[in-house]
Design a protein around this ligand. Structure first.
Ligand code: IVH
Length: 680
């Protein structure tokens, strides 16, 4: 080899190492060290050398992750060691039985247990030979799977070469390939934009991506992987720690550059396992990937061997499953609900079905476009999904079970409640009832909103009571709330003298309010708490807001053309003015807002970005308070940003702030700041 060729080879190897180091930091450790643009520069350097010297392109070059030739099909591969499945438990009792059986078999009740999330993706076996990724095989039937190496090589979290030098000659790594929730949402949006079919869930999307015959397509799919075990281990370096314990195996895999789920924990008894289950279940919705339970594995390999296997599952491990988030049931009918702002929402009436831990009878269908896209018809068997506390939704029909008399649904062109015209305006997906406060459905929602905690905060005036009052004709507008009589209230169903007295006292107490609360309580479209506060601080008097024109309104921080238009139209309607007059006549009042020149405000003109999740304050309240103190709250971090407030799990915005050297404060710091300024 000439000197030149030698130095070129060294340069290529150096680039491999540097690029691998940074993609491991980025994709496996979630802790990038350099900005993306620097990575891209190095990548292009390597590409340029390889273009000139194709003989230097090696199998493990970082440039080889982009996908290769289109395949006709996948080769079948027999697993050297079968890929097992897990027994399932659906309750604490079943876990207790499992632990008792193990204690009897192992003649001890002292064992350590590794608890891991049960990832909802696809099992994969990666075969590394002398540290190089040679083959990736799906689980298949456990004995034989398919060679999906080309696609797997495009997954950035999977090293093409192991790091270190203490790995065995042959190492099979087993784990789960999955699609993170965020990537799944993006992919589905892209599919919608392209007019293509969407995937029902991240698992299907991951499976579809892994079975792509064109690996260039697979390369665009946001797949990820966590490792949870090993298969064949041959040659040198096969002794400890791979033979000692499961936790040490995972530790070892990490040190070779493979990703292990950060939620994995080593525990000392079954009670800790149950606590782990509860804790993961409560955070399920916040995890960036889908899981369908947790897995407990006896840690000691010696104890694992003692326990052995039963048919195709180990006796030393069990999956403790979460309540299923999807279930199948019959769509009996589609009703149309009318919201506060007149939006018509189709709601599926379902044969009762147990899903996500509760019995569900209604699910949202969003709008006509969604119904068309999913091709859901009345009478269909449908898949219903209820994830965490999210409103249940209909995912899709089960076409193979479609009855002959299934009926397509059309949104009515009139409001089902007040029969006013319903129309779709400005390309909105939803149609809206044009009846305004004439429509009893909208009236009910407007009154519920008016009474709610962040608005006028009328204690004891719940949704059911409002509905009953409107249905009984006791109130027509929010102003009527202030003329309710003791007699009428106490005669209502389930109301007695005591509740009537309490309710009247609460209504009376609500009259002393603040201008921002009052504006918010009017339920003007898209005028939330932060906007109401900004309006109050800017204009200080209700009359000034009522008479402001759209252009002027847009001078207010947080008010854009749409909100300005909504405000102007709201106050231009005579019946709204009449209701406001009546409310004021009834005695609603608020303290005067002491004028402060905007430049006198403590955070005047400071550009602040809120990121991550807040655990003490509500995000909107925090935003409103920042605006009230004179700050401009922006959605993205740039050189102009003065301060970033980072809640829990802050991600890229926090990173960017740190890169740009911008001041960062946590939630507690922000609250301390509010206290300081509000006392001055
Ligand atoms: S261990 C011998 N650990 O669950 C044990 N499996 O029902 C083999 N899975 O095919 C599997 N997360 O696809 C294991 N932390 C985890 C897992 C996990 C998800 C899947 C895997 C397997 C299936 C077994």
């Amino acid at each position: 080899m000439t000197d030149d060729a030698d130095s070129l080879l060294k340069q290529v190897e150096q680039l491999h190492q540097t690029l691998n180091y940074h993609s491991h930091r980025y994709y496996v450790l979630d802790d990038p060290e350099i900005p993306d643009i620097e990575y891209d520069k190095l990548f292009r350097q390597l590409e340029a050398i390889e273009a000139k010297h194709p003989e230097l392109i090696s199998l493990d070059s970082p440039t080889q992750r982009v996908g290769g030739k289109i395949l006709d099909g996948f080769e079948q591969v027999t697993h050297t060691i079968p890929m097992l499945s897990l027994s399932n438990a659906f309750s604490t009792e079943e876990i207790e039985e499992f632990s008792k059986r193990l204690e009897e078999r192992l003649k001890t009740n002292s064992f350590q247990i590794v608890a891991e999330p049960k990832l909802d993706g696809l099992a994969i076996s990666l075969r590394y030979e002398k540290g190089l990724l040679m083959q990736a095989t799906t689980r298949g039937d456990g004995q034989t799977g398919e060679d999906v190496s080309q696609n797997v090589r495009t997954i950035m979290a999977i090293p093409l070469r192991l790091t270190g030098d203490d790995y065995p000659d042959v190492l099979e790594v087993r784990g789960e390939i999955f699609m993170p929730k965020a990537g799944f949402a993006k992919l589905n949006q892209l599919q919608i934009d392209k007019g293509e079919k969407t995937f029902a869930n991240p698992r299907n999307a991951a499976a579809g991506s892994l079975r792509q015959l064109d690996s260039k397509i697979a390369a665009t799919r946001p797949l990820d992987m966590f490792c949870y075990g090993i298969g064949s281990v041959e040659g040198e370096n096969t002794e400890n720690p791979l033979k000692t314990s499961h936790s040490q195996i995972l530790q070892q895999l990490k040190s070779w550059g493979l990703a292990v789920c950060p939620e994995v924990k080593l525990l000392n008894n079954w009670q800790q396992c149950i606590d782990y289950y509860d804790s993961i279940l409560s955070r399920r919705a916040d995890l960036p990937y889908e899981i369908d339970g947790v897995v407990y594995k006896i840690d000691s390999i010696a104890q694992q061997q003692q326990a052995g296997f039963i048919s195709r599952a180990p006796r030393w491990a069990i999956a403790h499953k979460f309540p299923a988030e999807e279930a199948m049931t019959r769509l009996l009918n589609i009703d149309v609900q009318v919201g506060r702002t007149g939006a018509l929402t189709p709601v599926a009436r379902l044969a009762p079905v147990f899903v996500g831990g509760v019995t569900v009878t209604n699910a949202t269908l969003h709008n006509q476009d969604e119904i068309d896209r999913k091709d859901v018809r009345i009478g269909d068997m449908v898949i219903v999904r209820r994830a965490g506390d999210v409103i249940p939704e209909v995912v899709k029909p089960v076409l193979s079970e479609r009855p002959e008399n299934s009926k397509a649904f059309r949104m009515p062109d009139h409001c089902p409640i007040c029969h006013s015209l319903a129309e779709r305006v400005n390309d909105e997906a939803k149609s809206r009832c044009t009846g305004g406060l004439f429509c009893p459905a909208q009236r009910k929602e407007a009154i519920k909103h008016f009474a709610s905690r962040k608005a006028m905060d009328i204690d004891g005036l719940g949704d059911k009571l409002v509905e009953q009052m409107v249905d009984d004709g006791m109130i027509h507008t929010i102003a009527d709330l202030f003329h309710l009589s003791f007699k009428k209230i106490s005669q209502m169903e389930r109301m007695g003298a005591k509740s009537a007295t309490n309710l009247l006292a609460a209504i009376e107490a609500s009259k002393a309010t603040t201008l921002p609360r009052f504006i918010y309580s009017l339920g003007i479209r898209e005028v939330g708490e932060a906007t109401a506060l900004a309006l109050a601080n800017y204009y200080r008097h209700l009359e000034a807001i009522q008479s402001a024109k759209s252009e002027d309104l847009q001078q207010v921080p947080d008010v854009g053309p749409i909100v300005a238009h909504n405000l102007e139209t709201f106050f231009a309607q005579q019946h709204n003015d009449e209701v406001i007059d009546k409310l004021l006549e009834a005695g609603i009042h608020w303290p005067e807002i002491i004028p402060k020149e905007s430049h006198e405000l403590p955070l005047a003109d400071k550009i602040i970005v809120l990121t991550g999740s807040l655990s003490i304050m509500n995000r909107n309240d925090a935003k409103a308070e920042l605006i009230a103190l004179g700050a401009k709250v922006s959605g993205s971090v740039s050189k102009k940003t003065d301060l970033v407030i980072a809640g829990e799990k802050a991600g890229s915005k926090l990173k960017k702030a740190e890169e740009l050297g911008i001041e960062v404060m946590d939630e507690a710091g922000m609250i301390a700041l509010f206290k300081e300024y509000n006392n001055s």
